[in-house]
Design a protein. Structure first.
Length: 406
């Protein structure tokens, strides 16, 4: 179960070495002191440690509980009402509103959240990744319910570093409209000059790492970009004509973790603008644009990949996102060939080296999200107390780091 930091022996026993890194004492930091986090995470009588360790008896009990329970999600109206008092909202929902370590303070991350529905899932995702030094752009689909937009906008207004994209796109699968919101948010985030890396998320994803762990991973990349790429699984019929500037088209996921120079190139370089004009007339441009820019090293974009553009678990892993396309058993269920992750997948998620996981349906299984929240909460606490360290050696030695454009 979750063990909130209190004033107790844990605080008194913190090593002086680790304590010197703090910008704010843990015992004074909102979001690390809550004794009500179990209720926020919806984990009454749930022992997440047994789920992560694949305790068969408790796992079966939990999965049966999920199947026979009708879950009620927090409504748009709940958030609209709660956010009329922003300090109360942030306190009652357990946000970390202090800057915890100097490393995190010195390494802000920019995020886009491309969302359509399920305000509670969106809010819990935001809370899991929120830090006051980071920057967040939320794009609400133009087709979304009006009360959903009002609720998300009300949440954003409680934070100086969260913006709602003023331009809203009606997103349709397989078209340029999937890529367009990412570019809109990049433009919004560009004006904030301090962030080091950009990560894009959707409203059905969740982190597997604490903010401090994410900073350690991204620093280990030393400017390298983490994107999927393939030439073996290319669909040539998507591209009626060749791309401009002798560029080789590469297929890959829209999910990215990229340095600031990569975003600069996308927004301001003519070659990127020409490539964007080209992908607008292709199918699934979101699966082409970012990956193509990252796997054409002759363009000279810092952090892009110089090797064979083929994602491989050993040679060139894709660590931005955990997605199960059938390579592993799925404890949840399959939707359009992707696993909808459930509590039965927690042992796999707990071992994964990835930064984020896709995808979750909160209304079907809130326990998996609650357990991931508890894991992140406990790891954050243990990082600050010196109990937990994070070895980033693996990330510094992956192929896309060792073979990047500098």
């Amino acid at each position: 179960m979750l063990q909130p930091i209190a004033s107790s022996s844990l605080i008194n026993g913190i090593s002086k070495t680790f304590e010197s890194r703090w910008l704010t004492k843990a015992e004074n930091c909102q979001g690390l002191l809550e004794d009500t986090m179990d209720s926020i995470f919806h984990l009454k009588n749930i022992q997440c440690s047994k789920l992560f360790s694949a305790d068969k008896e408790f796992m079966n009990h939990t999965l049966n509980l999920i199947k026979r329970t009708s879950w009620t999600m927090l409504s748009n109206e709940y958030y609209i009402n709660l956010t009329t008092d922003c300090p109360r909202f942030k306190h009652s929902r357990g946000y970390v509103t202090c800057k915890l370590t100097q490393e995190e303070e010195d390494f802000p991350i920019a995020y886009s959240l491309i969302i359509y529905k399920d305000v509670e899932m969106v809010e819990r995702l935001l809370r899991a990744i929120y830090r006051p030094q980071n920057y967040y752009c939320i794009h609400v689909d133009k087709k979304s319910d009006q009360n959903f937009l009002i609720a998300v906008s009300a949440i954003a207004k409680c934070f100086e570093n969260v913006v709602i994209s003023p331009e809203r796109i009606a997103v349709h699968w397989g078209t340029y409209t999937v890529l367009e919101p990412e570019l809109v948010c990049m433009q919004q985030l560009w004006r904030f000059r301090k962030w080091k890396y950009f990560i894009n998320l959707t409203g059905q994803e969740f982190p597997l790492r604490t903010n401090w762990e994410l900073v350690q991973i991204l620093k280990s990349y030393r400017g390298a970009n983490d994107l999927e790429g393939t030439i073996k699984r290319i669909n040539h019929d998507r591209w009626p004509i060749d791309p401009p500037h002798n560029i080789t088209a590469i297929k890959g996921a829209v999910h990215i973790a990229v340095n600031r120079d990569f975003v600069d190139y996308i927004l301001h370089h003519q070659t990127a603008k020409d490539l964007l004009d080209w992908v607008k007339n292709t199918s699934f441009p979101d699966e082409t644009f970012f990956s193509t820019l990252n796997h054409n090293p002759q363009l000279g974009i810092r952090g892009t990949y110089k090797g064979v553009p083929e994602t491989h678990s050993m040679i060139k892993p894709f660590l931005t996102r955990f997605k199960n396309w059938g390579q592993k058993p799925c404890a949840g269920h399959w939707v359009r060939a992707i696993c909808i992750l459930s509590s039965g997948d927690l042992p796999l998620l707990g071992r994964a080296k990835h930064m984020f996981a896709n995808k979750f349906y909160l209304g079907e299984d809130p326990i998996v999200i609650g357990c991931l929240e508890e894991m992140i909460y406990n790891n954050t606490r243990d990082e600050l107390s010196g109990v937990k360290v994070f070895n980033s050696t693996y990330y510094s030695q992956v192929g896309f780091v060792l073979n990047k454009v500098t």
